[in-house]
Design a protein around this ligand. Structure first.
Ligand code: 5GP
Length: 263
């Protein structure tokens, strides 16, 4: 399908000027540019809802929303699926559940680790001045790489799923996992490992964003909205130290924003 990679945002895409849109005043001066305006997110989500309904709409679905970053995308996706189903012959029965992922060990893969990790690492200096840009560890020197992989391997078993006390409820069900962003894909693979143990009838994954990382084991979800460059993004429920979730557009933060909300 032509749409297999979602809306592809290329590495040289400069984004939209912030002056073209409205956004909360408390973030004035903290953002670099708008990567994806809110309206485009909503439009793309509507199409994903249609694709999902066409593919699995004959089944009852358990939507498993991965908190916290996935709540906006999940809410909008479910709303669109509901609207489509209301106007069709067969009303899809949907249950919505929530999980939150936590890793037992510092350094394990997972949202908490990922955020801590993004915070700490900086793009190496290019012109004598540190750019302060947030980059994934993989693009740093190789020194850390081995150690992180080792920890990540462990984290596959060590990841803790919070909120879904009894995943065994998923046995025999059609599960749609809804996530905000796939980076290396390790978080999703770990979650899938756990969910597969519950023997659901079917598992599909929908992610709003997928990053073009250099990971050889990159994970591709069944449905996704946008393929984006390997940069740190916030907004539409994606956070930087719990900030920017209340921003509607998906944006890139600037140095002032990073410094202001660094912990
Ligand atoms: P992965 O295991 O795929 O590398 O990382 C996935 C998790 O890391 C996501 O669920 C998300 O919590 C976090 N993450 C990865 N990239 C970003 C990003 O650009 N912005 C934010 N806010 N979180 C990210």
């Amino acid at each position: 399908r032509g749409s297999a990679r979602g809306v592809v945002i290329s590495d040289d895409w400069p984004g939209y000027s912030l002056d073209l849109f409205t956004y909360p005043q408390h973030y004035y001066g903290d953002l670099e540019y708008v990567l994806i305006p809110h309206g485009i997110i909503v439009d793309r989500t509507e199409r994903l809802a249609k694709d999902i309904t066409q593919d699995i709409g004959d089944n009852d679905i358990v939507v498993l929303c991965v908190l916290k970053g996935g709540y906006k995308f999940c809410a909008d996706l479910v709303e669109h699926i509901k609207n489509l189903s209301r106007n069709s012959e067969r009303f899809i029965s949907m249950k919505v559940d929530f999980v939150r992922l936590k890793s037992y060990h510092p350094g394990c893969v997972g949202p908490y680790f990922a955020l801590r990790h993004w915070r700490k690492r900086r793009r190496p200096q290019r012109d004598g001045e540190g750019s302060g840009e947030l980059v994934p560890e993989e693009s740093q020197g190789s020194g850390m790489r081995g150690r992180r992989n080792l920890q990540n391997d462990k984290s596959m078993e060590d990841m803790q799923i919070m909120g879904e006390d009894d995943l065994s409820d998923l046995r025999g069900k059609n599960v749609l996992i809804v996530e905000d962003i796939i980076g290396t894909g390790r978080t999703m693979k770990a979650l899938l490992n756990n969910i597969e143990k519950c023997e659901p009838k079917m598992i599909k994954v929908a992610s709003l964003l997928v990053k073009r990382t250099s990971q050889p084991d990159g994970f591709r979800p069944d449905y996704y909205g946008f393929e984006i460059p390997d940069i740190f993004v916030v907004g539409y429920a994606l956070d930087y130290n719990e900030h920017f979730r209340d921003l509607n557009h998906i944006c890139v933060i600037n140095d002032q924003g990073k410094a202001k909300y660094r912990v």
